[in-house]
Design a protein around this ligand. Structure first.
Ligand code: ZN
Ligand code: ZN
Length: 671
């Protein structure tokens, strides 16, 4: 008796058995419609067995095989098995989560777009070169090209503006030439429209499938099918693109490999970068991790000889230099409305020369606190243990007055007329966000064109791309912005970057915050001076002697990484140990803590695995739920994995109803 074992989107760690009948031949990788309870579902056949724990009388046959998309390959199923086992998520949910929604619905797929008769025929890889590679780029291209056809991992450590993209494009041209497909991952595609344009310019005749979660259903299905059928020579996308089948995969590129957005924070909590490495291993092809500021994990792997380091230490545009980085000591300088005098003078001098300045403050809104100075009251969210942020009236909206918004749960309310505790009508916004800085700059420089760029200023699709393109053409004299401005953009006329509130991150208890701050400042600083005019970066701080600023001033990533790794080693943090977090939330904190305490004793920890005591999150209450977590650590990944397998099997029976929990392997967020 042949039995089909089918992965279904059901939150239990098992496959479901169906009878294999001769009239509906199906094999591993086929999408099938099966009866499940009273209805029908789409699943994926994972394996064929010759017996079942279910009695033959109760086994049902499948309804039909879906043949409107190519069957999923053995390598793809192998990747799913790995992710399911490593991240402790049932295979059925892992497989379902990796497919675009349309492929797991009973609705028929949209008609496939016409494929070129011979997508890899002569002429189709025509590559339009950007510029001639310099010596370092040529060396990197040569090393990686020599590895095509083999699984090797390269860390392309290139300073901002060093031409990493040109290296990727030339490698991809080689891969297409060989009749293979290339996968290029980027952190957030909406933020980098220039990158997609550059790919299309470089490969005018190639079929490029662009994949990200904001795509509409039909567009995403088409792009997925293009990749899975082998019609697309290039797949360019965010982390989810790493889950797309590609029958002739010849190269994987992960741009900005250090970026935290590669980590999925719900469902299958995978790292897109780590999944890319597994992908390269299964396909037997090179993986290129590119960045100006490698993650400490990748740097550590380089030093251990697991990755090959390729360095681009000079800017690609001849004559362009890295910006001069300086600090402004806030203990000595009297900052007016948050801006110190040297910063104001530097902006004024750029205005006089017709150059652009960027003021970076990683906090949106007008002010982070609304307070009563008479009694000490401050506006807080009813559903979260967090303060409400003051927002001014949104542009292009009918709202005439501002409001208070919670950045954790999204709740919004009107600004109260007086203090709810003592009745004082003189409520003060304290601290500053992008809107308030914009207001201050408008007062200081009334003749300047000031552009604010944050999630509030670019709510509609396409807003951000248009604004960024405008800045690239020289629109705006002073830009005020958050993280959104830090990534990958090329603004030729920008020569000054001022950083306002870097100290918050320095004081954070999260051991990753220094690494992230260094990466952010190097990124945002790297926006300046990308052409002939030299760039300058000014960081306002109360800690100008901090080693991180010293390293930043010297552009010394290696030195910074070495000191961080030494700290991590002595404190026993990743990458020297491996971690998993068990997180839980319930309406009462006692329920959350009782579950975590019981979980900590549920399965005995094997030798070398350490279970820490549960602790509430810093922002304990969010959207009405009280949250806490416990960390499990081990220097041995196999030992940790063995423990997690036993644990995740035992945990579901321990959780009371109403409590939500999940496991996060290799967690990166701890708030
Ligand atoms: Zn009051
Ligand atoms: Zn809230």
């Amino acid at each position: 008796m042949r039995v089909l074992r089918v992965a279904l989107e059901v939150p239990v760690a098992k496959l479901f058995d169906y009878l294999a009948e001769d009239r509906t031949p199906a094999g591993p990788g086929d999408r099938v419609v099966v009866p499940f309870g009273a209805r029908q579902r789409v699943g994926v056949v994972v394996e064929i067995g010759d017996g079942s724990a279910v009695s033959t009388a109760r086994l049902k046959p499948i309804v039909r095989v879906l043949d409107d998309a190519p069957p999923l390959s053995a390598a793809w199923l192998e990747q799913m098995r790995f992710l399911s086992s490593y991240y402790q998520r049932p295979l059925g949910e892992t497989v379902a989560g990796a497919l675009p929604p349309r492929l797991r619905s009973l609705k028929p797929l949209p008609k496939k777009r016409g494929s070129s008769a011979d997508p890899f025929g002569s002429g189709a890889p025509r590559y339009v070169a950007g510029h001639e590679p310099n010596a370092a780029q040529a060396l990197a291209i040569g090393r990686i090209c020599a590895a095509l056809g083999d699984f090797r991992i390269f860390l392309l450590h290139g300073i901002t503006g060093s031409g990493k993209t040109e290296v990727y494009l030339r490698l991809i041209a080689q891969v297409i030439e060989r009749g293979q497909q290339a996968l290029a991952l980027v952190p957030e595609i909406g933020l980098t429209p220039q990158l997609e344009a550059r790919f299309r310019q470089a490969f005018p005749d190639a079929r490029i499938a662009v994949l990200h979660s904001a795509l509409q259903d039909t567009a995403r299905t088409h792009a997925w099918l293009d990749a899975a059928c082998g019609d697309a020579q290039i797949v360019l996308g965010t982390r989810l693109a790493v889950l797309t089948p590609m029958p002739r995969l010849g190269l994987v590129v992960v741009d900005e490999e250090h970026d935290a957005s590669y980590k999925q924070q719900e469902g299958l909590r995978y790292s897109g970068r780590d999944a890319a490495i597994v992908r390269g291993k299964l396909a037997g092809c090179p993986v290129v991790l590119g960045t100006a500021t490698p993650s400490l994990e990748s740097w550590f792997n380089c030093r251990a000889g697991r990755y090959e380091l390729l360095a681009l230490a000079e800017r690609a545009v001849p004559g362009a230099k890295l910006p001069v980085v300086g600090t402004v000591d806030l203990r000595a300088e009297n900052a007016q409305h948050g801006l110190a005098k040297p910063v104001i003078e530097a902006i004024a001098s750029r205005l006089a020369r017709g150059e652009q300045s960027l003021v970076f403050i990683n906090r949106r809104g007008y002010a982070p606190v609304l307070a009563c100075e008479a009694c000490g009251w401050a506006a807080g969210c009813n559903r979260c243990s967090a303060r409400l942020v003051v927002h001014k009236a949104a542009e292009r909206s009918r709202e005439s007055s501002g409001c208070l918004r919670c950045h954790h749960c999204g709740a919004a309310q009107a600004i109260p007329r007086g203090c709810p505790t003592c009745g004082n009508v003189d409520l003060r916004p304290l601290g500053r966000g992008t809107q308030r800085v914009e207001e201050t700059l408008a007062g200081l420089f009334p003749q300047a064109r000031i552009l604010r760029i944050d999630r509030d200023s670019s709510r509609r699709r396409g807003d951000l791309a248009r604004t960024l393109a405008g800045i690239g053409r020289g629109e705006g004299d002073i830009l005020v912005g958050t993280q959104l401005l830090a990534k990958g953009h090329d603004f030729p006329n920008l020569t000054l970057v001022c950083v306002l509130n870097a100290d918050n991150a320095l004081l954070s208890t999260d051991y990753r915050s220094a690494e992230r701050l260094f990466a952010t400042l190097a990124q945002v600083g790297g926006r300046s001076g990308r052409r002939e005019q030299p760039g300058e970066v000014l960081v306002q701080t109360r800690y100008p002697g901090h080693p991180m600023f010293q390293a930043l001033t010297r552009h010394d990533y290696a030195g910074f990484a070495q000191s961080q790794l030494a700290e991590r080693e002595s404190a026993g943090f990743p990458p020297y140990v491996h971690e998993a977090a068990l997180r839980a939330e319930a309406t009462r904190l006692e329920t959350t803590m009782a579950f975590l305490n019981a979980a900590a004793r549920l399965v005995p920890a094997p030798e070398g695995v350490r279970i820490y005591d549960p602790v509430p999150h810093v922002i304990t209450r969010r959207a009405g739920y009280e949250r806490a977590q416990l960390i499990v650590q081990s220097a041995s990944r196999p030992a940790l994995q063995e423990f997690l397998r036993a644990w995740s099997t035992a945990l579901p029976a321990t959780a009371p109803s109403g409590l939500r929990w999940h496991l996060d392997v290799d967690p990166i967020e701890f708030d």
